[in-house]
Ligand binder design. Structure first.
Ligand code: CMC
Length: 393
């Protein structure tokens, strides 16, 4: 009953107005604050993109310097937070650890919780952008039993993350600048994507006035699923399962079979009905990273390229407008850099944090903002009388 629009999956419902990110899914266009994603990926850096998403404009040189200094000032986490990890099993999925630890930040920064104070909102945003690499690297270190590495504020954002992940205290760690640049680019490509499931989750959680760190933890939980950010992990598992190029047709046939719930992971998108512009940059970055690392023949890349070729010439994928998305090539790069598969979605969460918190800020500032409260079509029982347990059959 009631006169609601029924729109499961929100395929045609706008939940907010926003000036952050624009997508034209038919043309394969993605703009952040008006700037095309390929230009940002090629010519900007992640710190600038963070500033752009948060503040609406690219920083000038002085603003950039100040922003970088602010972020580096917040890279350490409270020593007590390091104890929090020890409650997890060593074999916990790092995304489970991320949900817990990022949520736990809400218990550490009481000053950041006054969401009506713009200054405090910005401090919470800076803390999140700064601490996510530290928290993500610690999730990895915990899983492999190595000591946590303190951040190094003399390094750039991506460099520092690589250092905290792959460095060990007993020997010097030299960050490869080509890999650091590629990492930075991957962060840019994941920074925001308007009202996807995890961003909508952050907005919905935040619409009740909840603590911003808790809202981001909610976003991380939503991102984890294989239909969303978990797809990068699922793509790699799929490529490993396919194993050899000659087995691709078998998997394509399964993806087309309505009685088989297998899908080509890294393919298809709710909004893009054309090539995902992020996937194009990712494919190029993948080639650059493999070349830098001297990997001449990566069997997984061969399978991915061939899978893409076959799928894009198959009537099923053509008719349904299913193209590779951002997750299709990212896993191959991350694996080549040395990340285990279970860390892939963690890296997505790290980079998406700036998008989530920018969208959260925009929502809080919106004078028309209301608590998010969808309606339903009730399909259950009509009223009936309670029956005591001894009289139930
Ligand atoms: N393989 C085979 N068939 C597919 C695929 C796929 N990857 N994606 C969609 N389809 C089919 C689907 O079966 C449906 O067919 P029909 O109309 O006959 O029922 C049609 O295409 C439309 O799919 P849908 O599930 O109704 O579309 P959606 O907008 O609800 O879902 C999606 C979008 C991304 C969840 C889906 O394409 C998918 O599951 N892809 C694989 C997972 C993936 O790569 N996710 C990452 C998305 S991009 C990054 C991110 O969000 O994190």
């Amino acid at each position: 009953t009631g006169c609601f629009t029924y729109d499961p999956g929100f395929t045609s419902t706008a939940s907010c107005d926003s000036a952050i990110t624009y997508i034209d899914g038919d043309e394969g266009v993605l703009l952040h604050r008006g700037y095309p994603i390929d230009q940002l990926a090629d010519s900007s850096d992640f710190m600038e993109v963070c500033y752009l998403l948060l503040h609406g404009e690219l920083p000038n040189a002085a603003q950039k310097k100040e922003f970088e200094a602010t972020i580096t000032r917040h890279t350490m986490v409270h020593e007590q937070l390091t104890q929090f990890y020890r409650g997890f099993r060593r074999d916990a999925h790092p995304m489970a650890v991320m949900c817990g630890v990022v949520g736990a930040l809400s218990a550490f920064y009481h000053d950041s919780t006054d969401i009506n104070d713009p200054k405090q909102r910005m401090i919470a945003s800076h803390r999140l952008i700064a601490k996510l690499p530290t928290i993500a690297a610690m999730a990895y270190k915990y899983s492999v039993g190595q000591p946590f590495m303190y951040p190094r504020n003399d390094l750039g954002y991506a460099e520092n993350f690589l250092y905290m992940t792959f460095g060990v205290p007993c020997e010097p760690y030299k960050v490869n600048p080509v890999i650091a640049k590629a990492m930075d680019k991957i962060f840019i490509l994941h920074a925001d994507h308007e009202q996807n499931a995890s961003t909508s989750t952050v907005r919905l959680a935040g619409s009740s006035g909840a603590n911003p760190f808790a809202c981001i933890a909610a976003g991380i939980a939503s991102l984890w699923g294989p239909a969303h950010g978990g797809a990068n992990e699922a793509v790699l598992k799929m490529l490993e399962e396919i194993k050899t190029v000659d087995r691709i047709p078998e998997f394509i046939a399964r993806a087309k079979d309505k009685n088989d719930n297998f899908r080509l992971m890294g393919f298809g998108h709710r909004v893009y009905k054309n090539y995902d512009p992020r996937a194009k940059v990712m494919q190029q970055t993948c080639k650059e990273v493999l070349a830098e690392l001297g990997i001449k023949d990566d069997p997984l890349l061969d399978i991915a390229v061939e899978l893409e070729r076959i799928a894009l010439s198959d009537p099923y994928f053509i008719e349904k407008k299913l193209y590779p998305n951002v997750d299709f090539y990212s896993g191959i790069i991350l694996k080549a850099i040395g990340f285990p598969t279970s860390m892939f979605t963690v890296l997505f969460a790290l980079a998406r944090t700036v998008g989530w918190i920018s969208q959260w800020q925009e929502m809080i500032k919106d004078p028309g903002q209301k608590i998010g409260r969808p309606r339903q079509l009730y399909m259950g029982h009509t009223p009936r009388d309670f029956v005591p347990v001894e009289k139930r059959g």
